[in-house]
Structures are given as structure tokens and as C-alpha cells.
Design a protein around this ligand. Structure first.
Ligand SMILES: [Fe+2]
Length: 246
């Protein structure tokens, strides 16, 4: 695969990282009493362990130039030492804390929904047994990226929307205090740099013979993630046919 075909195949996966039930979460249609399911499953599938998943790409990578980019991202995620001031998994917990949820549930062994466990198993497999390029793609592109990745690479494509913090759906629909959006703020500060570094590593440093395997893994991640989000939607009482237009 040449560089452009590889880039387009990765972008084609990311442009489908959208789930039908997401508008229910951003328009206040999920019952407040069930919203904890979403935060708990996100935390236990990838947020809590994101630095470890990323670290697996680092330890398998033979290329110093790629390792440096991965190490910088890992350091920020694990410590917040470059920008956020606190570890990103800890900052994530400000959302449930601000919503008055029982944080003890996040400290214990959270039970994953079946589709969440299946996705987590695939994350573990892709970050341990498929080489550094797949581990880097799955963590820095699939997990950290959005459906707006094209906008990170191409100045003419639509960029990730960044509404004012006061307009954040959790603030508007669930009365989350704006101060609890610490992770949202941190990501806005560092994410542009992370996105550019992630794409540099994948497009400039991954050998062409590794491209097809990376794309296969990304497609599998997307399918497992969509099934995971179906599971979360069901557990949060979101029914496809009754979803109102937001
Ligand atoms: Fe982060």
C-alpha cells in the first residue's frame, strides 16, 4: 500500500466511528439514573488503562523516532506533566464526580457488559500480539481519534467541533459544573499536537508491508466498538426507533 492509500483506508475507518445512539447522550435523552453505565463502561474498557495500552505500542517499537512521539503522549496521559496537570484517567473521573455519581464503583472491579468485554479483549489482542504499528494505530488513531480525523490532516476538511464549555451537553442537560470538564479542557489544549504526532508516526514511520494488517485491525476495532456502543445504548435504555431528533 502506498502512503495515500494507507491514509485513506485509515480515514475511511475513522469516518465511520459514529454511533446511532450518541445523539441520545448529547441531547439529554438518557435517563440521569442510567448515565453512570456509560461512564463506567468507558472507564473500564479503555480510559483507565489507556496509558498501559499506549505503552504496549512503545515497548514493541524498534524505531526511536516513533518511540519518542509515543513516549511524549504516554507521559502526558499517565501524568499530565506536559499540559493537563493531572493524569488523564483521573481527570475523566471528574465527570462522574461532578454528576454526583458513586465513585467507589469506579475504584472497584467494574463488570463489563458482554460486548464491552469483547471489545476490551480485542484491544488487548491488538496491543500485544500484532506488532507496534497495529498497537499504535489502535491506541493513537482509533481510541484517541474521532470521525473528524480528516480535519486534522487537511485544512479544508471539517474540524472537530469545539462548542463553548457552557454549551457542553453534560452541562446543558445534566447540570454538570463547568469545572468538571477538566479532561475536555486538557484535550483541547494537547489534542491537536497528539493528533498530528499520531498521524506522523503512522504515515511516515510504519513500513508499507505492515499497512494491510493495520487496516484489518482498525476495521475489526470499529466493528467491536459499534457492538460495544450498541450494548451501552441498550443498558442506558436507548431504543433506536424511539430516538427523537436532537
Ligand atoms: Fe487523554
Amino acid at each position: 500500500m502506498n502512503r495515500d492509500d494507507f491514509r485513506d483506508a485509515l480515514l475511511a475507518v475513522m469516518e465511520r466511528k459514529l454511533h446511532w445512539a450518541w445523539p441520545a447522550f448529547t441531547s439529554g435523552q438518557v435517563a440521569r439514573a442510567l448515565l453512570h453505565v456509560h461512564f463506567e463502561q468507558e472507564y473500564a474498557t479503555y480510559v483507565r488503562d489507556f496509558p498501559v495500552l499506549l505503552g504496549r505500542a512503545y515497548v514493541q517499537c524498534p524505531l526511536p523516532a516513533a518511540r519518542r512521539e509515543l513516549a511524549e503522549n504516554l507521559y502526558e496521559e499517565e501524568t499530565g506533566g506536559l499540559a493537563a496537570g493531572r493524569p488523564h484517567p483521573e481527570l475523566f473521573l471528574e465527570y462522574p464526580r461532578g454528576l454526583g455519581m458513586d465513585l467507589a464503583r469506579f475504584e472497584g472491579a467494574l463488570t463489563l457488559l458482554p460486548a464491552a468485554q469483547a471489545w476490551r479483549d480485542l484491544l488487548d489482542q491488538h496491543t500485544t500480539a500484532h506488532g507496534w504499528a497495529t498497537a499504535a494505530a489502535v491506541t493513537t488513531i482509533f481510541l484517541e481519534g474521532t470521525a473528524y480525523e480528516r480535519g486534522e490532516l487537511d485544512g479544508t476538511a471539517p474540524r472537530r467541533p469545539e462548542p463553548a464549555l457552557e454549551q457542553h451537553p453534560l452541562v446543558v442537560h445534566y447540570q454538570l459544573p463547568v469545572e468538571a470538564l477538566a479532561l475536555t479542557k486538557a484535550h483541547r489544549k494537547v489534542e491537536g499536537g497528539h493528533r498530528a504526532a499520531a498521524w506522523r508516526v503512522l504515515l511516515d514511520l510504519v513500513e508499507a508491508d505492515a499497512h494491510p494488517g493495520v487496516v484489518v485491525a482498525m476495521e475489526a476495532q470499529l466493528a467491536a466498538w459499534l457492538a460495544y456502543r450498541d450494548g451501552v445504548a441498550a443498558a442506558c435504555g436507548v431504543v433506536r426507533d424511539t430516538l427523537r431528533a436532537p
